[in-house]
Design a protein around this ligand. Structure first.
Ligand code: MG
Length: 261
């Protein structure tokens, strides 16, 4: 039953919700939103959006999205509330309010990015169904819409072509190869939000291998929730984005009870 949460998870949520300042940070694709073939079609489940909005209105409670997407792309699909903090490009981009500094690349980073983009474009041209996505600090090879063999060949070809480029950071996700000229990961991104907000407990949920960096930064009373299958450092697991709706609704209830106590 997708709506049933384990007693252990419920108990961990209740403990975290009783903290002084709670940070609720969530991955977007595959976590807030079911996975889709075309990135621009992704939308959060309405129940999760509603619960996140309610959480943001509770005193001493901060909400955030931590995504691999570029910030512009994240804003487009997530339509976040203005009080929701945003981390994009796995941490290379952050939006923490109007005073936050925008990302600026050095000349050398911009030059590496141009060369990496040209190399990935060659790979995409030679492998039907693969797609290039340009980000402010990186370039992504998407293979979800290619057949499996072509996708694997494209990923290998890109790794080959990029091997000689120094100061380029590669990371694998589900059917994506991410290349960034800024050293960033979701763990660093989450850590920066924790410090910025002075959070005394963090709830983080994510579905992909890139979320593991964030799970590894958690310690009690934090709660890490892996969505779906696969190895994880998270202590708790749910089956789907649909189940996350229930997690967030329970969290609203626990946190409201704490805030009024
Ligand atoms: Mg995800």
């Amino acid at each position: 039953m997708s709506e049933t949460l384990s007693p252990e998870l419920l108990s961990a949520l209740a403990t975290a919700a009783a903290t002084d300042h709670l940070l609720v940070a969530l991955d977007f694709d595959g976590t807030m939103s079911p996975l889709v073939d075309r990135a621009e079609d992704a939308r959060a489940l309405p129940g999760s959006t509603a619960a996140l909005r309610e959480l943001a209105q509770i005193p001493r409670t901060t909400t955030a999205l931590i995504s691999g997407r570029a910030l512009d792309s994240l804003r487009l699909v997530a339509s976040p509330e203005p009080e929701t903090l945003l981390i994009g490009s796995h941490g290379a981009e952050t939006w923490t309010g109007p005073d936050g500094a925008p990302l600026e690349l050095t000349e050398s980073q911009a030059s590496i990015l141009r060369r990496a983009t040209a190399a990935v474009q060659d790979v995409v041209d030679a492998h039907p169904g693969t797609v290039l996505e340009l980000k402010p600090a990186g370039v992504v090879l998407h293979t979800r819409t290619a057949d499996q063999g072509t996708g694997k060949a494209a990923t290998a070809a890109a790794r080959d072509a990029l091997a000689s480029l120094e100061d380029l950071h590669l990371s694998d996700g589900k059917n994506v190869l991410e290349l960034s000229v800024v050293q960033a990961d979701k763990g660093r991104g989450l850590q920066s939000l924790r410090e910025l907000t002075n959070a005394t407990a963090v709830i983080f949920a994510g579905d992909d291998v890139t979320d593991e960096h964030a799970f590894k930064t958690l310690k009690a009373p934090d709660v890490g929730i892996k969505v779906g299958e696969g190895e994880t450092a998270a202590l708790y697991r749910i089956t789907s984005p649909e189940q996350l709706v229930h997690v967030l609704q329970e969290l609203v209830t626990f946190r409201r009870a704490g805030a009024s106590a």
